[in-house]
Design a protein. Structure first.
Length: 266
């Protein structure tokens, strides 16, 4: 007896959710990606710790000096710029680590904190300093305006860089992985060094554009993610035609119907 074909869309919600949970549980970054993500997070943490340490130095030593001279103001501005640079650098490295080794949306608190940590660090690295500058009794109005204004601008920049409006997740990676396998029959994608997404085949027009090293790379979805590619291209329909791929669902629906046995007269 022939088996009935059941599409994922026809599954009950609980079974569909169960299938997604299984995909997410089975999806893992490559060991290389995991190792690189760990290294990037350590470097980001060091950058943030140094930034907060400089903030403490500025608050508890520089702002305590009296009289507060122009030379001190210049050095305070230098420290503020360095804090901003370290905060932004840490956020960029942290974001890259999250792409390599994403969190699961199922763990809501961890997912939010892990992906928006850069913005929290920016607030922590600048807000106390701005408050202490504006309320400092050793500085005059002009000095407060210069130091406070510079810190305020860099705080906004660091917060904007730290925020991730579209954070990566294990769920998204698992769904992309599943989609690639369903469309092509195998876990293999293609990308270029300068591209941000991965593609269905080496014939896709996007991977044949001029690139930095003029090479096309191939590997699993996990390997593409490990190389900094964030997701599957949105030009799936176009690439299916360019690659000459007929998805299983289309192939099945376009196949000629099997002849039905003629009814036997009663």
């Amino acid at each position: 007896m022939a088996k009935k074909l059941v599409r994922a869309a026809d599954l009950p919600d609980d079974e569909s959710n169960k299938a997604l949970e299984e995909q997410v549980a089975n999806w893992k970054p490559t060991p290389e990606a995991k190792s690189q993500a760990t290294t990037l997070r350590i470097i980001a943490m060091v950058a943030w710790v140094v930034a907060i340490g400089l903030e403490a130095f500025a608050i508890f030593w520089m702002l305590k000096q009296t009289p507060f001279t122009t030379t001190l103001l210049i050095w305070l501005c230098v420290v503020i710029v360095v804090i901003g640079g370290l905060s932004v650098t840490g956020s960029l490295l942290w974001k890259k680590a999250n792409r390599l080794d994403p969190a699961s949306k199922k763990d809501t608190v961890r997912f939010f904190v892990q992906n928006q940590l850069g913005a929290f660090i920016a607030v922590l690295a600048f807000l106390p300093l701005i408050v202490m500058v504006l309320t400092n009794k050793n500085m005059d109005g002009r000095q407060k305006a210069i130091a406070g204004g510079l810190a305020g601008v860099l705080a906004v920049v660091a917060m904007v860089v730290g925020i991730n409006p579209n954070p990566p997740s294990k769920e998204a990676a698992a769904v992309d992985n599943s989609q690639v396998v369903q469309l092509t029959g195998k876990d293999e994608v293609f990308w270029t060094k300068s591209g941000e997404v991965y593609h269905l085949c080496e014939k896709a027009s996007a991977v044949n554009l001029q690139s930095k090293d003029n090479q096309i790379y191939s590997g699993t979805v996990a390997q593409a993610v490990a190389n900094g590619k964030t997701r599957l291209t949105k030009q799936v329909e176009q690439e299916l035609k360019q690659c000459g791929i007929t998805p299983p669902s289309v192939s099945a629906s376009s196949a000629p119907a099997s002849p039905q046995p003629s009814a036997t007269p009663s």
